[in-house]
Design a protein around this ligand. Structure first.
Ligand SMILES: [Fe+2]
Ligand SMILES: [Fe+2]
Length: 205
């Protein structure tokens, strides 16, 4: 795998891509943070994974999202992009492993979507990117996202605070994040990140 060339191409493809109501290039910034988080969880859990492959899979996990129609799956679209645009930079096995991370990053076995159904069994790479993806929606990045969203909705600070603490949308978002994680380390990190957000919105009062 030519990780440096893959990274250069992925960054070029995602830089500045419109992603309203988030900032242009949000999926690149999100992917970079998810990469750091996935590597951190793998290390803390002492998992035997290929760090290079995990890093690339995490970086590009949402490459199909900018401009993706509501009727399309950004995971399916992203896996297709990986297979078509990065085939010259990875061998066939690596390419498919990265495509699988992208394809299944949203299919979290513990999520509500698999309740009462047979849970899929994924490789550690996929499970790590799933958790890192959830975590990047909380903590300081979560504050950033929430304020973007609140501005888009024309909410006042006090409306935003009420939303964070009491709205069904936010409460179900936290509930689903808590239940869907795969690793103990991720659960600990999520609680820390939720506490950071609670503290921020309490201080904003
Ligand atoms: Fe995604
Ligand atoms: Fe994501």
């Amino acid at each position: 795998m030519n990780a440096e060339a893959i990274r250069t191409r992925a960054v070029a493809m995602m830089t500045g891509k419109p992603e309203p109501p988030c900032e242009p290039g949000y999926r690149l910034h999100h992917g970079q943070r998810v990469e750091t988080l996935a590597l951190e969880i793998a290390e803390r859990e002492k998992l035997d994974v290929c760090r290079e492959r995990l890093a690339i899979g995490a970086l590009v996990h949402d490459i199909g999202k900018p401009g993706c129609a509501k009727s399309e799956s950004h995971a399916v679209k992203g896996a297709e992009i990986v297979r078509s645009d990065f085939a010259d930079l990875m061998d066939a096995e690596e390419l498919e492993a990265v495509a699988q991370i992208v394809l299944h990053h949203y299919d979290r076995p513990n999520s509500i979507w698999f309740e009462g159904k047979e849970k899929p069994e994924w490789t550690p790479d996929i499970l790590l990117v799933q958790d890192a993806d959830v975590l990047d929606h909380f903590g300081v990045p979560g504050i950033w996202l929430t304020l973007h969203w609140a501005t888009h909705k024309n909410f006042t600070p006090s409306q935003t605070i009420t939303e964070w603490f009491t709205s069904e949308y936010m409460c179900s978002w936290r509930r689903e994040a808590r239940r869907s994680l795969n690793f103990q380390t991720s659960r600990r990190l999520l609680e820390l990140r939720i506490a950071q957000m609670d503290d921020f919105f309490r201080r904003l009062k």
